[in-house]
Write a protein that binds this ligand. Sequence first.
Ligand SMILES: [Zn+2]
Length: 327
Amino acid sequence: MSAPVLNMASRVATRLLPAARQQRLTILIYHRVLPQSDPMRPDEPTVEVFDWQMRVLRHAFNPLSLMEAVEALAAGTLPERAVCVTFDDGYADNETCALPILQKYQIPASVFVSTGFLNGGRMFNDSVIEAVRGFTSDSLDLRDLGLEVYPLVDWPARLRCAEQILHAIKHLEPHERSAVVGQITRDSTALPEDLMMTDAQVRNLADNGVYIGAHTVNHPILASTAAVQARAEIAQSKQQLEELLQRPVQAFAYPNGKPGADYRPEHRDMVGDLGFDTALATHWGAAAAASDPLQLPRFTPWDRTQWRFMLRLLLNYRRLDPLLGSS
Ligand SMILES: [Zn+2]
């Protein structure tokens, strides 16, 4: 679709969807932007997909920086079809693949970094995915870990294997989970150590206008972490990023981010006590002026065609922040 067509289509659609005209904010959540499609990560956008998604945002929506949008939301001065782009975790491809596209379309963005994985670290899910990608045998027997025997005959089988392992271990205690992941990866050579950003990459994003927010140190599920430790995870990620960037870090994103399941009201209060003024969750919906600035909803785009992507984003404005209904 050409830019004028996108623009016209979104204007017509906005007439039909009054919610998109009201003071509502859609905050998109991304994790990675892949240099090319990857059979082990079918849900992540490639540079090609991310490029047209940002084109749609530029021509059919009003992209704002998170801070600008949060202020405008409170002041009642938000433009119609206001949208923010955010990334969680701190993947290196945010700097290598996403940044050039964000710059091309002049889209402001925020990246929420789990500081413990910077400079060569790897999140447990990536360790499992990369190990399963690399096994040379055509099956994987994990019965000694209380898991199963998984066929690895082709990419769909490998993807299923990684998904089943992740599903089985994601709710284990962190130390127990690391032990299982250590067993699974013990024979893996050459697991990537450049999946997450380096300090220099975080600085480069910040120097290019990307807002850097905190996302804990080790990405624990706060709801299943002792209070003292949860507080330290939140506080230390803020402090480490402030030291790295030499500027205040006032936005936070909850790991996994489902209210009630992944974090509780006490964690929301901790985030406020520690000096954050904006925090992002992952319950779906559009934020309104009455939304809690320390629990703003987000929305994960997944459509692979421009029309559907645009329409689904427009429909998101109708889905008022569900936390407002419950209070
Ligand atoms: Zn995360």
